[in-house]
Design a protein around this ligand. Structure first.
Ligand code: CS2
Length: 439
């Protein structure tokens, strides 16, 4: 389905967390600031999360202040008013479903994290789509804004499976014919808002804003141009509208997210609390640089992007001290991040007949990090939704943690048990022993 021209409409966004408010809402704000107000945002949450921020946003009519910090530390403040309807959370998601089914809504976007691709999201989307079918409310684009490879295809496959399992063949046909799910790459480092942000916003603008938040100045969104019922003229706001997002998302996942994890694990082991401390620590930075240069970039080539320049810009972004992003946030959900961010580089390098010595440092760092967790020696509470804690402890307690870890099929897939991987991680573990020693 091509993108038919449209006079405008509403985007319903599910998941009013910091990332949505620092990313997609900002692109629409740019259009509003250019005088193009054809599209507006409505938003709400699928779960009763962060009720205080939702209440603050309802109070302000969806408006809030975003602080951004540039690589040189310069801070800027922007009032965001693109979200014009803040929907209340209700146990039956009534307001979200009614708004999604309204004919004026032409895009339903979402940021629910990888763990959110389950019955709650799919149930809400199915309810919206069922009503749209019954009421002839028109086609709809389903736009994932989560940091996942092929996020549109993945969310669509889950949704179709959900509807099929529910035994609704008519709805299944309607969804196939009347919706699209473009893939998109999203990028902006957005730490969890710390209390200092609201204090700085008040000092700089005079406004007391409990929904204030902070992000880096860098901002990127690359979206496949397959919209079922029109879209904002996002290209005017700097969104890259493309036919295929694959090269952008692979570069981002492997050179930004995997490198971030590397710095997060190594940073924790080296005793750092914040990402920028690791990115500026020559021992940590070297491991990240070598991973990117020796293994990740060769696996990504050929690419239409300048991968070396991308690597350098990512490492510079991580070094920005004003972002004060924590290693705790970066190492969260490591069990889901390793298969998504890191294992594909092992697979590609082995297929190329190339070395895996530098990428093997990443799981070696993770295992050393996990040992700290196992021994109760982390300086923060570690959250990993995809990790079975008993398995995590068993791996660390085993006689050969590297071999035991490489057996874990949900992490390694077809590489599970591969002797080349085991060997490379063992050698890498020796290399990083200086970090892994008790502080
Ligand atoms: C981080 C991301 O948690 C992580 O793995 O790498 O949240 C990162 O900050 C964003 O993808 C930046 O766009």
């Amino acid at each position: 389905m091509q993108s038919p021209a449209s006079a405008g409409g509403r985007i319903l966004h599910l998941g009013l967390g910091a990332f949505h408010r620092a990313h997609q809402a900002v692109f629409l704000q740019t259009l509003h600031d250019l005088g193009d107000r054809a599209w507006t945002l409505a938003g709400g949450n699928l779960r009763p999360d962060d009720a205080a921020t939702l209440a603050a946003l309802r109070q302000s009519g969806g408006a809030y202040t975003l602080e951004t910090v540039a690589p040189d530390g310069t801070r800027s403040y922007q009032r965001i008013t693109a979200i014009q309807q803040v929907l209340p959370w209700e146990p039956d998601l009534g307001a979200l479903i009614a708004t999604g089914a309204d004919p004026a809504t032409r895009i339903v976007s979402f940021t629910v994290t990888e763990a959110g691709y389950g019955p709650l999201l799919f149930g809400a989307l199915a309810a919206i789509l069922r009503l749209r079918m019954e009421q002839a409310a028109g086609p709809l684009t389903l736009l994932s804004c989560d940091n996942l490879r092929h996020n549109g295809d993945r969310s669509r496959a889950g949704l179709l499976q959900f509807i099929e399992a529910a035994g609704e063949p008519a709805l299944l046909d309607w969804v196939r014919a009347n919706t699209t799910s473009p893939n998109a790459m999203v990028d902006r480092i957005t730490p969890r808002p710390a209390p200092e942000v609201a204090a700085r916003v008040q000092a700089a603008t005079g406004v007391h804003d409990p929904a204030a938040l902070m992000a880096e100045s860098f901002l990127q969104w690359v979206v496949e141009d397959r919209f079922a019922a029109g879209r904002p003229a996002w290209e005017r706001a700097g969104v890259q509208m493309v036919a295929d997002v694959t090269p952008y998302e692979e570069a981002k996942i492997r050179l930004l997210n995997a490198t971030h994890s590397c710095i997060g694990w190594a940073g924790v082991l080296a005793g750092h609390r914040y990402v920028h401390e690791g990115a500026r620590d020559p021992r940590v930075r070297r491991l990240a640089f070598e991973y990117a240069t020796n293994d990740a970039i060769p696996a990504l080539e050929p690419s239409p992007l300048d991968l070396a320049a991308y690597r350098d810009s990512v490492l510079d972004r991580f070094g920005n001290a004003a972002i004060v992003d924590t290693n705790q946030r970066i190492v969260m959900d490591s069990f889901a991040k390793i298969p998504a961010f890191i294992v594909p580089t092992f697979r590609d390098r082995l297929a190329q007949g190339g070395s895996i010595a530098s990428v093997a440092v990443l799981p070696a760092l993770f295992l050393a990090f996990l040992r700290r967790w196992h021994e109760g020696r982390l300086p923060f509470e570690h959250q990993d939704q995809a990790m079975d804690e008993a398995l995590g402890h068993a791996l660390c307690a085993s006689a050969d943690p590297v071999a035991a870890f490489v057996q874990v099929e949900p992490v390694w897939g077809s590489l599970a048990g591969d002797a080349r991987v085991v060997d490379a991680i063992r050698q890498a573990s020796d290399r990083i022993r200086a970090f892994a020693q008790p502080a």
